[in-house]
Each structure stands twice: as C-alpha cells, then as structure tokens.
Design a protein around this ligand. Sequence first.
Ligand SMILES: [Zn+2]
Length: 140
Amino acid sequence: MFVEKSPFLPLFNEQGELYGVFLSADLWQELLPKVRPVLEQYLAPKKRVHEEPMLDWEQLKQYWDFHYPVNYEVACEHCGSGTEDWEKDTPRLFRLLVCNLGGYVRFECQHCKSVITKRHFKKHIETTCKPCPEESDSKK
Ligand SMILES: [Zn+2]
C-alpha cells in the first residue's frame, strides 16, 4: 500500500483542502514520544491563567499618597499563609487579582484560594479575607 512509498498520506476533502494526515503505524510509534507533550497540551482543557495587573500595582505605588509607606504584607486568615513582601515570593504565595489607584487591592491565596482584600485609606489599611467561594459552597 501507500506505506511502502511514503510513511504518511495527506488526506483532502472534496474542496481539495487538507483535513488530516494519515500516518503509518511505524511512523506514529516513532513520533509519539516526540508529539506527546504537544498532544497533551492540545487536549488539556484550556486553562486561562489570570494575568496579574502588575501595571496597575506599579501605578498605585507611583501615585502612593497614603500616610504610610507602601505595604507589601499579605496574610491569609483562612490557612495562615503569609508574606512580608508578596512581590518577592517565587513562586508567588499570593497572586494579585485586582488593583486600582484608589487603593483597592485584591489577592488570591495560592495555598487555599481565599481572596484577601486590602483597602487602603489615608491613615490605615482595612484587610478582609474571604474563603474560596467554591470551598465555602461545598461546606453547605
Ligand atoms: Zn490561604
């Protein structure tokens, strides 16, 4: 069959467009270890990693007009995780979710997925910690 001439065969639809390639078993066996990572990535459910709004955070620091220095501390009341400088942790213990110039900053605890909100006021910071919505739902 075709395999003797060529180890692969392009397949075309009626419009003459390529819609697939038929590979011989031998070629497939040889290719599989190489294409496996690509296949796994292709088949994996698309996970959109939320980009941290670092530019907003840089802006907030730039226009910082609160009566205290920039505060890098984040602590999770839910699981006890904490850091003195969330920006410096590698990997991050807390991911920045939201940040605006008004001083509203939200983090996600990477350990338990709780959401930590820091509201910056002129003279103080108000911090709240909400357990992950999915986790608190499952407890009901
Ligand atoms: Zn936590």
